[in-house]
Design a protein around this ligand. Sequence first.
Ligand SMILES: [Zn+2]
Length: 228
Amino acid sequence: MKAVLLYRQIYKLILTLDNILNTYPSKLLENAVIELSRLPGVGRKTALRLALHLLKKEVSEVESFGSAILKMRKEILFCERCHNISDAAICPICANSKRENGVICVVESVRDVMAIENTGQMTGVYHVLGGIISPIEGIGPQDLTIESLIQRVSGGNITEVMLALPTTIEGDTTNFYLFKRLNQFPVQITTIARGVSIGDELEYTDEVTLGRSILNRTPYESILNRKT
Ligand SMILES: [Zn+2]
C-alpha cells in the first residue's frame, strides 16, 4: 500500500515537473517550438533556442527564411529520369550533353548524388532509388524507383550500371536484387570498390573491410595512370 502511495507521489511530481518545463509565456511561441521540434535531431530545448533566435531577427529576415522553405517544399521537382531533386522536369545532370548517358550510378538518396558529385570523378548519370530494401523497416522493391531503373536499362543505350549503395546488409540485399533484375540485359553491372579509407592504419581496419580491399585490389599501374 505504501509503495502505491509513493509511486503516485512520484508520478505527480513528474507531471508537475513536466508542466513547469513545458510552460511557455505565449501560445504562439509554444506552437513555433512544437513545429521546430518536429525536425530531425531537434529537441524541445534546441527548438526553444531557435524560436527565440528568430524572435530577435527582423520580420523581413524571418519572412525570407519562411518563404524559402515554403517555396522549396511547394515548387521543387524530382527529375523524371533519375529522381534527383530538380528545379525542372529533367535535372541539370541528365540534361548535360557532356555526361555519359550510358553509365548509370545507382544510389540510395539525393545526398549520395551530392557526395559523389563533390568527388568530381563521376562522368555518367545517376538513378536515385529513394531508399534501399529493408524487410525490417518494411521497405520492399515496390517502394523504390527500381521499375523506373529497369525501364531505363531495357530502353537500350546503357552500357554500365554502377551500384553505389551502402555497405550494409540492406545495401548488399539491394545490390543482389538489382543484379538479379538487371542480369537479363546486355549491360555491365559493377559495384564501387570497398576498402581501406585514406589515412587508415591497416592494423585498426576491421577484417571485413580489409578482406574486401584485398579482394578488390587493382593493378598499381592503373592507379598511377589515373588522374587525381
Ligand atoms: Zn536527372
